[in-house]
Each structure stands twice: as C-alpha cells, then as structure tokens.
Design a protein around this ligand. Sequence first.
Ligand code: SAH
Ligand code: SF4
Length: 381
Amino acid sequence: MSTRYEVARTDLDALLAEWGETRYRADQVWKGLYEARIPLDAITALPRALRERLAGALPEALTVALAATAADGLTSKWLWRARRDGTEIETVLMRTSQRATVCVSSQAGCAMGCTFCATGQAGLDRHLDTGEIVEQVVRAQHDCPQRVSNVVFMGMGEPLANYGPVWESVERFHGDLGMSARQITISTVGVVPGMRRLAQESLPVTLAVSLHAPDDALRDTLVPLNSRYPIADVLDAAAEVAGARGRRVSFEYAVIHGVNDRIDQAVALGRLLAAWPGAGGAHVNLIPLNPTTGFSGRAPTPGRVTAFAEAVRRPGVTVTIRRNRGVDIDAACGQLRTRARDEVTPGPASGTAPEPEAEPASEPEGRAVSVLAPRPARMSP
Ligand code: SAH
Ligand code: SF4
C-alpha cells in the first residue's frame, strides 16, 4: 500500500478512476494536499465518504511520537514514528517574519558516524522513502501559520546516501508544493559521487557542505568519510556544483572548543576557502557545537567564535555565525530522539525553559542544527 504523500499523481488518478471518480476529483485532492497544503479531511470540496475512503487507502506514513514548540513560539519539533516499522525520525520547523523553514530527515539514523553528531552516534536504521520525506514538510505546514518557503535537508541522515528518494522529494517540493529550487538546501558531509550527480541535475538547489576542519588530519578524526573523500576532492566536487547553473554552496563548520577553534585553524580555513574556485566564492556558516551525550566536546565561548569568524573573513571569505534556536526543545540533529530514549515518559511538551536568545531579523538560511542546547543534564563529562 502506498502512503498519502508517496503516491504519484498518475497513481492517484488511476486509483480514483478505479473507484469510478472523475479526474476532477483527483485534481481537487492534489490541489488540496499540495497547493492549499491542508489535511485530507479538511478538503471539504470532496464528499466526506470519498475523504474517508482515501484516508483508508492512502494512510499517512508518520504518527506523532512527540511534538514540542520552543518558548519563542517560532521553533517547533516533531519526533515521528514511521507507521510501517516504528522507526523514529525528526523534523524541525523554524520561523522568522520573512520565512518558514522545515528541516527534514532523509534517513532514520545515519551510517556516516561523525563523532560529534547524535544521529551519527546511533548509526543507521534505514533510508526514508519519498513519501516519508515529503510528509514531514506537509505535516509541519499543517501546524505553521505561514507558508513554508524553505526546506533544508539537515535533519537526521546523509541525503546524498539516499539519493533517489531525496531527489524525488526535491522534485515534489518544487513541482507540487511550488517551492523555488534555491530555497531547497541539501546538506552533505561530502559524498563526492552524489555531489557530482547533483551537479548534473537541472534544478539549481542550494548545497551545504559540512567541512568542520581545515585539514585532513583533523577532519579524519571528526568525519570518518574523510578517509574516503578527503577535503581536496570534496572542494572539487563542490566547485562543480557551484559552477553548474549558478547554484549556491555554503560550508558548514561546527565549532568545537579546543578541537577546531584555534586562530591558526581559522587562518588555514580562510586560506583554503579563499582559494576555492567555486562560482560566487565560499560562504562559511559557523555553528557552535551542540553538545551530545556521546561526544565530550563543547561549544567555544561566543568571544572565541567571533574571533574565529574574523580570522576566516580576513582573506575575503564571507562568514555567518548561527544563532541558538529551540534551546529548550533539543531542536538539533538527532537530539530529540536521543532524549526520548533516555527519558522515561516522552509526551507532547511545550516550551517551559527560559526564552532562547533572540533570532536575528534575517537568517540567511534557516537550519535546525543552528542551535546550541546547553542542557547540562545531557552534556558528556
Ligand atoms: N548528513 C548531512 C546533513 C545532516 S547533518 C551533513 O552532515 O551535512 C546537518 C548539519 O548538522 C551538518 O552540518 C552537521 O555537521 C551538523 N551537526 C551535526 N551534529 C551537530 C552538533 N552536535 N553540533 C553542531 N552541528 C552539528
Ligand atoms: Fe550523518 Fe550528517 Fe550526522 Fe555526519 S553530521 S553522522 S553525515 S547526519
């Protein structure tokens, strides 16, 4: 059985034709789900009996295991349970006055094993299918007062390790939900073959490359995939993506106190990226590390992060420091799931912790992991 947001338009047409319904009904369903972006049972233009029959034939793929909204009212997070096998995945919604961004998971877990990442520490459960990816965005939209304008593949998983369903869902976001390709960001730890494939696609999606270190020796210790695709290869592939159809590329750098935040490392990073030949030049996003139970690192002080940013900027690289978001709801990669497993009774929660730091008026690209969650109880010793 297909699921509600997995089913292709042609299959929906065929199903409704089989039930003796007109094509007009299929149009109404599709427009309701993707243009109006409302739940099936809210498409009141359809007879109730038909809505019910469709709901039975095309169930949602995800049920809510946990939902939380931060005290700022602008960041929400869902922990979903997949109907098909109970695996858990996370989605985050981040709003500003200008945009609403949904951060989606592309896999349940991740096989890449980055040492500082909660998702990497837990390993891979399985790939998500197109319906499970699309549904995260649509279901977040159902609870969002603004129109969702941006999607970032920065939740659980490595999107380029699940290329087919990820790209199909990109096409659905663009074609059915009407999003601009540039507002869709795929973040990769550096899966070079996937990056090269991306460079060949016609939709100019934005690419984020998770770099985290200015040299291979250090990157090897943080990102195991670096031994297969070292920095030079990743930068080459990133330039290919940037060169193709003027796509935007950014470099993500999780700043970890005493590990990759020294000034000489900032100088090396600035030098490396100032020489990067990609069209449009390099843009770096610094993300102060979000502490996780399986990694003993912590975020540097804000002063150290600012000094690091200054040094990267000097040779002409643009740098943004990401703000804290969703501090009270663990709105970071893999963290809600980890908490749900660690704690006794997960249940719907709304923000009760102190107000997180204010978000700047304009956030270049919303991202769920741009949060710093100093929850002392969860920090490693
Ligand atoms: N697998 C992809 C996309 C998902 S991770 C990738 O790695 O790019 C999205 C981003 O979150 C990556 O830049 C990743 O490095 C970052 N991230 C993961 N764990 C983090 C943590 N504990 N603190 C800060 N950033 C983290
Ligand atoms: Fe996977 Fe990205 Fe986490 Fe690395 S940082 S383990 S690639 S989700």
